[in-house]
Design a protein around this ligand. Structure first.
Ligand code: UD1
Length: 366
């Protein structure tokens, strides 16, 4: 029997590990698959709700790390994860995405001689001011198996001199979750509870430090959202970081003065999917949402200068608007005037990436 530990830490990790969990069950005769939750995200709305919605089992190990500076968070995860590996030796560690938990657990594993499989490898924004870019580069440098979502990831890894045998273009596990849970999400009553109609509202998510940690930038964004809300209802589920900043910068009044701008707590997976599926447009700085909207064919305006997911712009429905929210507002008007670009679904985003990954891992281990 081989033991695999999969690491989750922050909200975007849960929907990536759920399909792997399902797919690895097919190998339960030869693989004992355990889940480690670092506790990087810990609020119920940022974590537990997703375990429930995605039918993930209670984590086998919970490290309870919580918030902190990057160094504190990364270091604490390393110390605690090393103890887990000491007590429960593993044959492989699976990490997903680009959060601090991804890098911390990769470093600990390779130093113990345990091979790391990185799911969502090879993505590059080429912006080293993003903590996630550092996490991606370093994780890929030490991982043994690199599972890639889109062709740019393969090209990036080749350019970095990665051995061809380590690179596996398998598609997108986050889309696996979307495909699997879409029918359930259809039943969500979130549109009714927000009193909005399908196709007649905009959905907003923002949490990048570059957008929300600066008073001027967040103030301009809030102003623009109020403006957009003159045209259609705007639903804005607020990430804890963003909520804190709205309070710190005294923007609470500005966010509550626009009648059709609805600020809410973060949604669970099904409600959020339902909102995304039915939005007229999505305005975001998230990585995953650029991909989910491309799959769903919903126009996405990304408030960033770069994206590590270029396929969403090349063939999908995503438009990079930079940090100037006026550009995003103009693009939003065009979309609402019926000029939205039609996109295509990237190759291998078919709901079966988890199965392909499980097959490769089982082949490598057994
Ligand atoms: C992290 C990831 C980012 C990912 C995002 C998704 C890193 C470097 N960043 O950013 O890539 O897109 O998660 O959400 O790993 N907080 C709470 N409750 C929680 C979680 C966080 O209150 O459950 C607060 C913390 O106190 C902290 C802030 O939110 O001040 C930021 O949390 P943190 O996990 O450090 O980074 P994110 O901005 O969420």
């Amino acid at each position: 029997m081989k033991t695999i530990l999969s690491v989750v830490g922050a909200r975007p990790n849960f929907m990536k590990v759920a399909p792997l969990y399902r797919a690895l069950k097919a190998y339960s005769g030869s693989i004992d698959h355990r889940i480690v939750h670092t506790g990087q995200h810990y609020d119920r709305a940022m974590s537990k709700v997703f375990f429930e919605d995605l039918e993930l089992p209670h984590p086998d190990f919970y490290l309870g790390i919580g918030s902190g500076s990057h160094a504190e968070q990364t270091a604490k995860i390393m110390v605690e994860f090393e103890k887990v590996l000491g007590a429960h030796p593993a044959d492989m560690v699976i990490v997903v995405g680009d959060v601090n938990s991804t890098l911390a657990c990769s470093l600990v594993s390779v130093k113990q001689g345990i091979p790391v499989a990185h799911v969502e490898a090879g993505l590059r924004s080429f912006d080293r001011a993003m903590p996630e870019e550092i996490n991606r580069l370093l994780t890929d440098a030490v991982a043994q198996m690199l599972f890639v979502t889109e062709p740019s990831g393969v090209a990036n890894l080749r350019r970095e001199g990665v051995d061809e045998a380590k690179i596996h273009h398998v598609g997108n596990v986050m889309i696996d979750s979307l495909v699997h849970y879409r029918p359930k999400a259809e039943h969500s009553r979130v549109l009714e509870s927000l009193e909005i109609r399908a196709g007649k509202f905009a959905l907003v998510t923002l949490h990048r430090p570059s957008n929300v940690d600066d008073a001027g930038s967040l103030g301009r964004i809030v102003q623009a959202l109020s403006k957009l809300a003159e045209r259609l209802p705007v639903v804005f589920p607020v990430h804890p970081r963003t909520r804190k900043m709205i309070e710190n910068f005294n923007l609470t009044k500005a966010t509550s003065s626009a009648p059709r701008l609805t600020i809410t707590e973060p949604f669970g997976y099904f409600d959020f999917l339902k909102l995304m599926m039915n939005a007229a447009l999505v305005l975001t700085d998230s990585g995953g949402i650029q991909e989910e909207t491309t799959f769903l064919g919903v126009p996405c305006l990304t408030l960033r200068d770069s994206t590590e997911r270029p396929i969403t712009v090349e063939i999908g429905t995503n438009t990079l608007c930079g940090s100037d929210v006026a550009v995003a507002l103009r693009s939003a008007s065009e979309i609402l005037d019926g000029k939205a670009r039609k996109g295509r679904i990237p190759e291998l985003w078919d709901g079966k990436a988890g199965e392909r990954i499980a097959r490769s891992i089982a082949g490598a281990l057994t």
